[in-house]
Design a protein around this ligand. Structure first.
Ligand code: IMP
Length: 447
């Protein structure tokens, strides 16, 4: 058995949904530990597309338990829409559990998120506008509403009445917005509470019981390393901890139960929202990556900024998350390119810089130092083993593994489950990978 964390090694949108979906087939339990409806996973199964924001992708396997952990922030309206979507597609949600200590995103959080972004003007962060920052801010300020509160009718009435009046003061006086009607909001949320009640549990206890039964647990990350509140490109980050350590905090498990950490990275880089992005490509190549990669946010529909693979960030993700191995996604997006570049280091104020600078103004001054490769200019989306890959594509992967001193275990070449080269099952299989840290192929046969 193995308990595995899957995290994003870049700025989110790395294709974690597909990788966790693949690994979920070996998992008994899938836990989402942070973030809210700012995340978006698109999963394609037998031609059917599922767009999930909160519910772990493991829900598509009938025997897998899915837990939305206490470090998440839950927007009940969106969650119920997701449940309805799954029901329409005849997917059972009986094994979905929601932490009673997760915080709830309320209508005033969404209003405040959008209003504060507008007020920031040129200093805006480019948030998803889903109320994530204000929900986590209330959690830290200890004025948040938790799922537990939703479940207690009288208590919710009292608590929400006070909170909405307090928030109305801010909405009206600071942002010149219409106040919310406390009674209407209370009624709406009491209704949501009844619909969600059957799913609510003590999630840490539930996970612990699974650990005791030696079940395989997959901790599914949302967003990515560089969006981490503490270790990302602050202030252009989200308000939770998407790094591997955050999975333990947000699930309520100790670090000793984790066997393995898998980092998911695209074969190039994307970013949504504001903030520095050293390898960003604003011209034709960036456009091609965006078009071929369908780089539009699942949640907001915003076009993602595209750029070359950045190995400085990759190495940082290895360090901050203690990555055991990598899953490289969307390799096929590079298929048509004549030349492919990889950022191997930065130049900062005339000096080479090999490590991600945690000082935001230094990071903004970093210029990429590239190594260039001839492209393979042939389709890879049909490849199912290492041997199927064009030599130049294989060399590209070897180079990434070497640069990050981390083996590559999975390569994804398209949205479907089968468009994948996978040699190990990181949950049941031994610690073995597709390419070792020196970039040597290990094997490409399944266990
Ligand atoms: P927030 O999480 O909505 O507060 O947004 C803060 C920053 O994180 C913005 O730059 C968003 O674009 C980014 N962000 C939040 N969630 C995701 C995600 O799932 N993928 C990519 N970027 C995200």
């Amino acid at each position: 058995m193995a308990n595995v964390i899957v995290i994003g090694a870049q700025w989110g949108d790395e294709g974690k949904g597909k990788i966790t979906d693949l690994l979920s087939r070996s998992a008994d339990v899938v836990v989402r530990s942070q973030g809210g409806v700012n995340a978006g996973h698109t999963i394609v199964v037998q031609g059917q597309t599922f767009k999930l924001h909160l519910i772990p992708s493991g829900i598509l396997y009938p025997d897998t338990e899915c837990i939305i952990g206490s470090g998440t922030v839950i927007d009940p309206k969106v969650l119920l829409e997701e449940l309805a979507q799954l029901h329409r597609l005849e997917v059972s949600t009986d094994k979905l559990f929601i932490s009673q200590t997760a915080h709830v995103t309320m209508p005033y959080h969404r209003l405040l998120d959008k209003a504060s972004e507008e007020k920031r003007g040129k200093y805006k962060l480019g948030t998803t506008g889903r109320g994530i920052g204000p929900t986590y801010a209330d959690k830290s300020e200890r004025t948040g509403i938790r799922v537990l509160d939703l479940m207690n009718r009288d208590h919710l009435h009292e608590k929400l009445e006070w909170t909405i009046n307090y928030k109305n003061g801010i909405l009206e006086k600071l942002y010149n917005l219409e106040p919310l009607d406390p009674q209407a909001v209370i009624k709406e949320y009491l209704d949501y509470a009844e619909q969600l009640r059957p799913h609510v549990v003590d999630s840490s206890l539930k996970i612990y019981e699974s650990i005791k039964k030696r079940k395989n647990i997959l901790f599914e990350g949302a967003q990515g390393t560089l969006l981490d509140l503490d270790h990302g490109t602050y202030p252009y980050v989200t308000s939770s901890n998407p790094i591997a350590g955050g999975a333990c905090v947000g699930s309520g498990v100790g670090p000793t139960v984790i066997d393995r950490v898998i980092g998911v990275a695209k074969a190039y880089t994307t970013r949504v929202g504001e903030g520095p992005f050293p390898t960003e490509l604003k011209g034709e190549v960036g456009q091609l990556l965006g078009d071929r990669g369908a780089e539009f946010g699942t949640t907001t529909g915003r076009a993602r900024r595209c750029g070359w693979f950045d190995a400085v960030i990759g190495r940082y993700a290895v360090r901050i998350n203690g990555l055991d191995c990598l899953a490289i996604t969307k390799l096929d997006v590079l298929d048509e390119l004549k030349e492919i570049k990889v950022c191997v280091a930065y130049e900062l104020d005339g000096q080479p810089c090999h490590h991600f600078p945690s000082n935001a103004s230094e990071f903004a001054r970093c210029r990429p130092i590239y190594e260039a490769f001839p492209g393979w200019q042939t389709s890879t989306s049909h490849c199912r083993t290492l041997e199927d890959l064009p030599k130049r594509a294989l060399n590209y992967l070897k180079f990434l593994a070497e640069l990050m001193d981390t083996p590559i275990a999975i390569v994804s070449l398209g949205a479907s489950r089968d468009q994948t080269i996978i040699v190990e099952d990181p949950i049941h299989g031994p610690k073995r990978a597709l390419l070792d840290a020196n970039g040597e192929p290990v094997s490409s046969t399944n266990n």
